[in-house]
Design a protein around this ligand. Structure first.
Ligand code: GLU
Ligand code: MG
Length: 458
């Protein structure tokens, strides 16, 4: 980024000031997500926003190695405290925060002081991979589902903050005002909510948003989660996105939906393949399916993620695919008859919301691109809960369990040359250092201790 571009960005920011002031904004929070999945922030008073938009604010390079509990997973070379980056917000996405009056938020990229993109910025990485996809004449439309749990009070113990059976009116009535305020806040922040419901884990709720280009979808995921947390705080509720808030029962997922489009046509429908898939959609999907073990190091990034990944909990723990199969890691969705052309997509279910959404979508796009290059093909789809098939049939049909530990997923990630090449050695090393550090931290920990230690961090 040269000086002319910096000045252009500052001018763009200046154009937003009047509206931000009118909305009562006094300060802007610029966020990025680190490799451990924590959203980190630097903020400026509104009168510094135009400067921020062009020149950024400083942030230590050591954040590439920050763990969820703020430990820095160094490599012993002592370089972590040396060096500085600049956080530069994306002015196009700035939005006043409804549940944090006086604040506006914008997602940020990280640049070197020289103006070069930081090689480990996950948002810039995703933008580059989306450009690569565009080079094939394709655009991806993606969305993250959000499942979360609310706890009553602000203590560290989990006290379900909403009660009643899953999917029940009782549960909705129990926290009607809070639920309304979540929906209103998102609406007023320009986030469309497609549907909202009480889920079935203790204290759990869920909402989904429409698909967008990948960078916007990751930004939206950050905004939605911050907004839900902020509305909860107003209502005296603590929010957790942890995949396992309490050890018994189902967890919080962070399912990803993805469709691919060529010239405004969804290639997940209207093809000659199974369930209407075109060759392009099949190859892209197969590229993802074969890499799921490695992708779990991005999408199920913490040891606690693996407490959720158990069979028959709708978390999709088998490396297989199937039409509307909620126990397949890749659930193919065609939509209702007549809606396929816009509705058809793949849902990857094995991921959770501790993932850095930019890294995870980068992994999915890189995997899909590799599937396209290879002309990869999907195996036979599975139309039952794989857990019901029994070990022999699973082995006979070559259906494998996904990694059952972060160690296994990390080994698969390190061995996957498509992903390591797309991410580059520095980012791979940082991701691995953070994962190794979490593995060491929780070595020998009980499931209860693991759940408790990670419950409120993300
Ligand atoms: N809570 C489940 C999970 O851990 C998902 C339930 C659903 O399919 O909505 O992924
Ligand atoms: Mg759900």
């Amino acid at each position: 980024m040269d000086t002319a571009e910096r000045e252009a960005r500052s001018r763009d920011a200046e154009k937003t000031l009047e509206a931000l002031e009118a909305a009562g904004v006094v300060a802007v929070a610029a966020t990025f997500v680190d490799n451990s999945g924590i959203t980190r922030v630097k903020s400026v008073p509104l009168d510094r926003f135009a400067h921020l938009a062009g020149w950024g604010v400083g942030i230590s390079t050591s954040f590439d190695r920050f763990r969820f509990d703020d430990w820095i997973a160094g490599d012993g070379e002592g370089l972590e405290p040396v060096g500085d980056l600049r956080i530069i917000p994306d002015v196009r996405r700035i939005v006043p925060l409804v549940a944090q009056p006086g604040w506006a938020w914008a997602p940020a990229d990280r640049y070197e002081q020289s103006g070069e993109p930081h090689s480990q910025c996950s948002r810039l990485l995703l933008a580059r991979l989306v450009d690569e996809l565009a080079g094939q004449g394709l655009t991806a439309r993606t969305a993250f589902e959000v499942e979360w749990v609310v706890s009553a009070g602000d203590g560290d113990d989990f006290v379900p903050g909403v009660t009643g059976p899953g999917y029940s009116m009782t549960r909705l009535i129990n926290r009607s005002t809070y639920c309304r305020d979540v929906l209103t806040a998102l609406h007023d922040e320009g986030v469309r909510v497609e549907q909202f419901h009480p889920e079935y884990a203790a204290g759990q709720l869920e909402l989904s948003v429409p698909p967008e280009d990948p960078v916007s979808a990751a930004d939206t995921s950050v905004l939605v989660r911050s907004t839900i947390r902020a509305v909860g705080a107003i209502h005296g509720l603590r929010t957790s996105y942890s995949p396992k808030v309490a050890v018994p029962g189902v967890g919080n997922g962070g399912h990803v939906h993805l469709s691919l489009w060529r010239d405004e046509t969804n290639v997940f429908s209207g093809g000659d393949g199974r369930f209407g898939l075109t060759d392009t959609a099949e190859s892209f999907s197969a590229g993802v399916l074969t890499r799921l073990p490695a992708l779990l190091a991005l999408g199920a990034p913490s040891p606690v993620s693996y407490l959720r990944l158990v069979p028959s909990h709708w978390a999709g723990v088998y490396a297989c695919w199937g039409l509307e199969n909620r126990e397949a890691a890749m659930r193919m969705v065609t939509g209702s008859t007549g809606s396929e052309a816009h509705a058809a997509n793949m849902e990857v279910k094995c991921f959770d919301l501790l993932a850095n959404p930019y890294l995870l979508l980068s992994g999915l796009v890189a995997s899909g691109l590799a599937g396209l290059v290879d002309g990869a093909r999907l195996p036979e789809p599975i139309d039952v809960d794989p857990a019901a098939l029994g070990e022999d049939i699973l082995a006979g049909r070559d259906i494998k369990r996904l990694p059952t530990s972060l160690r296994e997923a990390l080994d698969a990630f390190r061995a996957d040359t498509t992903l390591t090449k797309a991410f580059g050695p520095a980012l791979v090393a940082s991701i691995a250092a953070v994962r190794e550090s979490e593995l060491a931290l929780f070595e020998g920990a009980s499931e209860e201790d693991l759940a408790a230690a990670t419950r409120w961090a993300h």
